[in-house]
Ligand binder design. Structure first.
Ligand code: FES
Length: 259
């Protein structure tokens, strides 16, 4: 029947009746995610060049040295990064993306997967851990609060070693602001949050609380419509924010002060 996609042999990898370039999306996903994972792991191992003036790399936020006085024997980025990493790894969108692109399970709709796979869903270890997504959301929301504080701090420059910081804006301020805005767009479009706010509510107009929850649910749903786009833009933004701070700190890039 015209318009219905089918797979003639679902047990043969890549076998499909599809005539479109279905492989482009999983290929780009592998390239994009691998590049980010390699870069962020490398940056986390460095343990330095994470601060330049009022700018703090998001990979090193919260700065536990400054906030809590902790001095760890290893790069403290690792004490933080498991939170956003866990949040993204258990995200509904990313799950679909890496199941298709890395595991080819299947690589696309109506496309054959590797032979002999049995479907277990997410009911057994390790994939049952995907159910922790809501917990990761709570933790990621705490990290996000620190990132908003960092973006606020990026408006205050200490031009002299002593004396008060003055209000200003540099290119780095914009970079950190874009980073936190896109991360907020991604985090607050989360399916778990959508369920948390609007779930188990039979009537949206029965009482003030229900009406407020309905409004909030509408906002989260709006962000959720573009969750894929927020996921990629925020991934790029957070990687670029680290790169920007890092290269400024190393003296390779020069931050331009706008005012
Ligand atoms: S579903 Fe993607 S962040 Fe929760």
């Amino acid at each position: 029947m015209a318009g219905i996609l089918s797979v003639t042999d679902p047990d043969r990898l890549g076998k499909t009746d599809r005539v479109d370039a279905w492989w482009v999306e999983p290929l780009l996903t592998v390239l994009g995610l691998t590049a980010f994972i390699v870069y962020s792991t490398w940056a986390a191992f460095q343990g330095d060049h994470y601060r330049f003036g009022p700018y703090l790399s998001p990979f090193y936020s919260p700065n536990i040295k400054e906030w809590f006085g902790w001095n760890l024997d290893f790069s403290f980025a690792f004490s933080i990064l498991w939170v956003p990493a866990g949040f993204r790894a258990t995200c509904y969108y990313y799950r679909k993306a890496y199941y298709r692109s890395y595991f080819m399970d299947p690589p696309g709709c109506a496309v054959g997967e590797p032979h002999g796979r049995s479907y277990l869903g997410e009911t057994e270890f390790p994939f049952i851990l995907q159910n922790l997504h809501r917990c990761f959301f709570y933790l990621a929301a705490i990290v996000l609060a620190f990132l908003w504080y960092d973006a606020y701090e990026a408006f205050f420059f200490k031009d002299a070693a002593t004396g008060p910081a003055t209000f200003g804006m540099g290119v780095g301020t914009i970079v950190l602001l874009v980073n936190v805005v896109t991360l907020t767009g991604f985090s607050f479009g989360c399916n778990s949050l959508r369920h948390l706010i609007g779930g188990k509510l039979d009537c949206f107009t029965c009482g003030a609380t229900a009406r407020i929850r309905h409004k909030l649910w509408g906002g989260v749903s709006l962000l959720n419509l573009r969750h894929t786009e927020w996921a990629w833009v925020s991934l790029f933004a957070v990687g670029f924010a680290d790169l920007y701070v890092r290269l400024c700190s190393m003296g390779i890039w020069h931050d331009i002060r706008i005012f």
